[in-house]
Design a protein around this ligand. Structure first.
Ligand code: NAD
Ligand code: UDP
Length: 321
């Protein structure tokens, strides 16, 4: 018989960067975990180390199609997250966010499971308020290149709230800010993976714009901890709640830190800023502190060292076959 505390948990996007860390942590906590993924941006390599665990199951499925299973909790993470990946097939990105949310909410309603949505700081767009509080409605261009992701995630939040109000579905919403760490895709075009890969190979570091735009970088373990706390928070606290590290850096500062830490000979090169690229981003995390007693613990220096070690090993494994 399974222990009373062991839950059966579905993680959509389980083979992705965040999803694979979440699956690992939930298994460590003794839960039964089912990873569901279509492997668009995720990889088996991210979860292969978990596959011999008795309470881990892997399903290949696309959340734009309905899926039936009996579970206690659903973490809905399936969605490409890097601008390069989500703009590659923009219509599919909208479908994944919207139809995926409808399918997963329908499932949660039917089986009475609690469901958490991995929303994003991108719902704030290019923010006119700084730092961003959850009450801020954002500044999003609905017909811009980022809209497939931003508006898809905004529609998903709307769906989550309406399934709660109309059908009493037990929902949670988190808004994740830029997160980095081992198992990021090396070619996903995000700033941390790009800069580290470039620095390790002594290639030019590609700064878009003049590098004065800011982001606040959260290490993956902090994010996973916050996600699990939110999922298990008291009933009635729905969110949305910001999940990010409030330490803000310019993109140029990030490049310099990475060059420093890797001891790279790379030079900074500048190219135009992509359209609708937010100029500043920093979470106000007072709600998460108050409701979840959560705040990030891992400073950028330590997180970067761990991430650099991961990419170093990845490059080594590719060059040695
Ligand atoms: P990721 O691309 O590494 O992971 C996404 C996973 O979802 C991949 O494994 C991919 O194959 C899978 N997927 C995509 N479309 C699917 C579909 N239609 N059906 C089934 N699986 C599908 O990205 P990530 O960084 O791990 O992000 C995970 C979630 O967190 C996403 O929902 C993203 O929007 C959100 N988020 C991430 C960040 C971040 O900085 N990493 C920030 C804000 C929000
Ligand atoms: N960026 C950059 N060089 C790169 C990749 C990204 O200067 O090689 C910039 C990008 O224009 C943005 C910031 O870094 O201003 C963060 O980009 P990322 O794609 O990681 O995340 P997002 O823009 O979604 O926050």
């Amino acid at each position: 018989m399974k222990p009373l505390t062991r839950k059966k948990i579905l993680v959509t996007g389980g083979a992705g960067f965040l999803g694979s860390h979440l699956c690992q942590r939930l298994l460590e906590q003794g839960h039964e975990v089912i990873s569901l993924d279509n492997y668009f941006t995720g990889e088996k390599r991210n979860i292969v180390h978990l596959m011999d665990q008795k309470y881990f199951e892997v399903v290949r499925h696309d959340i734009t199609m309905p899926f039936l299973i009996e579970v206690d909790q659903i973490y809905n993470l399936a969605c490409p997250a890097s601008p390069v990946h989500y703009q590659y097939n923009a219509i599919k990105t909208v479908k994944t966010s919207v139809m995926g949310a409808i399918n997963m909410l329908g499932l949660a309603k039917r089986i009475k499971a609690r469901i958490l949505q991995a929303s994003t700081s991108e719902v704030y767009g290019d923010p006119l308020e700084h730092p961003q509080k959850e009450a801020y409605w954002g500044n999003v261009n609905p017909i811009g290149k980022r809209a497939c992701y931003d508006e898809g995630k905004r529609a998903a939040e709307t769906l989550f709230m309406n399934y709660h109000w109309q059908n009493n579905v037990d929902i949670k919403i988190i808004r994740i800010f830029n997160t980095y760490g081992p198992r990021m895709h090396p070619d996903d075009g995000r700033v941390v993976s790009n800069f580290i890969m470039q620095a390790l190979q002594n290639k030019d570091i590609t700064i878009y714009g003049d590098g004065s735009q800011t982001r606040s970088f959260q290490y993956v373990d902090d994010c996973v901890e916050g996600m699990i706390r939110m999922m298990n928070s008291q009933q009635g606290f729905l969110g949305p709640v910001n999940m990010g590290n409030p330490h803000e850096f310019t993109i140029k500062e990030l490049a310099e830190k990475i060059i420093d830490t890797t001891g790279s000979r790379s030079k900074l090169v500048y190219s135009p800023l992509p359209s609708d690229d937010p100029m500043q981003r920093k979470p106000d995390i007072s709600l998460a502190k108050k409701e979840l007693n959560w705040e990030p613990k891992i400073p950028l220096k330590i997180g970067l060292e761990k991430t650099i070690a991961y990419f170093e090993a990845l490059i080594r494994s590719k060059t040695t076959g």
